[in-house]
Every structure is written in structure tokens, then in C-alpha cells.
Design a protein around this ligand. Structure first.
Ligand code: 13P
Length: 283
């Protein structure tokens, strides 16, 4: 075939493909939320797993992911496993994320990892401000905001974690704490495409305890309202619930208004449990 004829044919195929793509129905989740607020089920593996375990877990997740429509899946392994896990998930629609990053792109910060490095290893998301980092490493809202900014600089989506302690809840300060953490941690210029909020009551993490449905509903509604004053497009930002989410309680938690998915710790280490939670986001 003459090169010019081949180019023309390729161009015609391209135009047809674009038409087909344009005519696809836009993706929605089971709540009828459009793309921006499709359910996101994210696993935070925390400091668990060596290469063989991580790859096996990722392969098991990949095996069950194909049958799940209307839900976005994400796994956040330890930084040492990101490249391994990203390779294991190459053929499926499951994203990979980091659990933390440094605010700078590079430099003399022994032991730290930048958002650019996470992106280079295959990450598309970074969890920032998890309560375990706030507690273990003294991370302040200002530091969390700088990390979220770094995540955006690297072209990744930040999952900004907020949540009250038991003492703060018992003092009736839950909504005030969430508001102040949001005001301090959400970076300027954030958009629904680059920001996810995770509400994780500190006392619910790894304890088997969860807030009641009305408590979760009130927290998420308040988060949405506060976000509305901080950025444009707040209605499209996904707000995840995290803290002892498991197959037995996922359906109830995910059905709550303004709960757009889950950030799952312990139960994300078993593919069957993680997939069962993801399934309840689709039904
Ligand atoms: P658990 O699901 O183990 O309670 O952990 C939640 C969490 O911290 C996710 O980031």
C-alpha cells in the first residue's frame, strides 16, 4: 500500500474510533453518580507484605476485578512493592497508590520518597495525612497540605485523610475537628480529579468499631459543605469512609449519602474480603 493511502486509511479508522468513544454512555456507579463520583474502593496495605505476598495479593485482586462494573479499584502497597504490584496489575483496571510522600521532589532527605518517585514506580494516587502518620511522625495539617500539593505537582491524585480521636468525639468536637483539618490540609487549586477525601475516625481504625449510620452521614455531609467553601467543584469530590470496613458492614456504610467509597486497611489484605467489599459498592 502507498504510504499516503495508508495514512488516509489510518486517519479514517481514527475518526471512526473517536465517534464510537464519543457515543459511549458515560460511566456511572450504582448510586447513579457520574464519572467524577463513581465509587472508589481503596486498599491501604500499610506496612505489610514482601514482594511475593504483594504480587500474589495483587494477582488475586486482578482475578476478581474484571467482573466488577461501576466501581474504581485502588491498592496502596508499601513503597517497595509499588513497581511489582503495578506490573502485576498492568492488564486490569486496578490503580496503584503510595501511602505517603515527601513534599519536595528530590534532595537531601534520607529515607524519604517523593511523589515523582511514586509516579515513576507506577502510582496514580498517594494517601497523605493518614492518622498513623499524623500520630507516629507528628504530621501537621500544613505538612499534609504540602504533601498533597507535591502529589498534584507529580500529576497524581491525593487522598487526604482526616478524622477525630475518641476524646474529640466524646467532647462533641467531631465536626469542628474535621472542618479544621480540611481547612488546614486541602491545597489550593485542588479539583475533583486530583483530590479524594478519606474520613477515618481514629478510634474506628483497626478496632472493629464503626460510627453509626447517622454519625457517618453527618460527618460526610459536613465535609461536603466545608469543601464547598474551599474549592470549586466540591460536589464532584469523592469522600471515602475508612475504619473497620469489612464485607459484613460495607453495604450499609456504602449506601450512606455522600459516602463515595471506602479506604480499607485490614480487610484489604485478603483479596476475597476486598473484592466482596468492592462488590457491595456495585449492587
Ligand atoms: P482498618 O480497615 O484496618 O480499620 O484500617 C482503616 C485504615 O486505616 C485505612 O487507611
Amino acid at each position: 500500500m502507498q504510504p499516503r493511502v495508508r495514512v488516509k486509511r489510518l486517519a479514517a479508522v481514527g475518526v471512526r474510533l473517536i465517534r464510537v468513544i464519543d457515543q459511549r454512555p458515560s460511566k456511572t456507579d450504582r448510586k447513579g453518580n457520574a464519572m467524577a463520583r463513581r465509587m472508589l474502593i481503596a486498599g491501604n496495605w500499610k506496612m505489610n507484605g514482601l514482594a511475593a505476598d504483594g504480587v500474589a495479593l495483587a494477582r488475586d485482586v486482578a482475578g476478581g476485578a474484571a467482573g466488577l462494573d461501576g466501581v474504581d479499584l485502588l491498592v496502596c502497597p508499601p513503597a517497595t512493592l509499588i513497581a511489582h504490584v503495578a506490573a502485576a496489575l498492568e492488564e486490569v483496571d486496578v490503580a496503584v497508590g503510595g501511602q505517603d510522600c515527601h513534599a519536595e521532589a528530590n534532595g537531601a532527605h534520607t529515607g524519604d520518597i517523593s511523589a515523582e518517585m511514586l509516579a515513576d514506580a507506577g502510582a496514580r494516587y498517594v494517601i497523605v495525612g493518614h492518622s498513623e502518620r499524623r500520630a507516629d511522625h507528628g504530621e501537621t495539617d500544613a505538612m499534609v497540605r504540602a504533601k498533597a500539593q507535591a502529589t498534584h505537582r507529580a500529576g497524581l491524585t491525593a487522598i487526604v485523610c482526616i478524622g477525630e480521636t475518641l476524646a474529640e468525639r466524646e467532647a462533641g468536637r467531631t465536626l469542628a475537628v474535621l472542618e479544621s483539618q480540611l481547612r488546614g490540609s486541602v491545597p489550593q487549586g485542588a479539583s475533583a480529579g486530583t483530590l479524594v477525601i478519606a474520613y477515618e475516625p481514629v478510634w474506628a481504625i483497626g478496632t472493629g468499631k464503626t460510627p453509626t449510620v447517622p454519625e457517618v452521614e453527618a460527618a460526610h455531609a459536613h465535609i461536603r459543605t466545608v469543601l464547598g467553601g474551599l474549592m470549586t467543584g466540591a460536589d464532584n469530590v469523592r469522600i471515602l469512609y475508612g475504619g473497620s470496613m469489612k464485607p459484613a458492614n460495607a453495604a450499609e456504610l456504602l449506601a450512606i449519602a455522600d459516602v463515595d467509597g471506602g479506604l480499607i486497611g485490614g480487610a484489604s489484605l485478603k483479596a476475597a474480603d476486598f473484592l466482596a467489599i468492592a462488590k457491595s459498592a456495585t449492587s
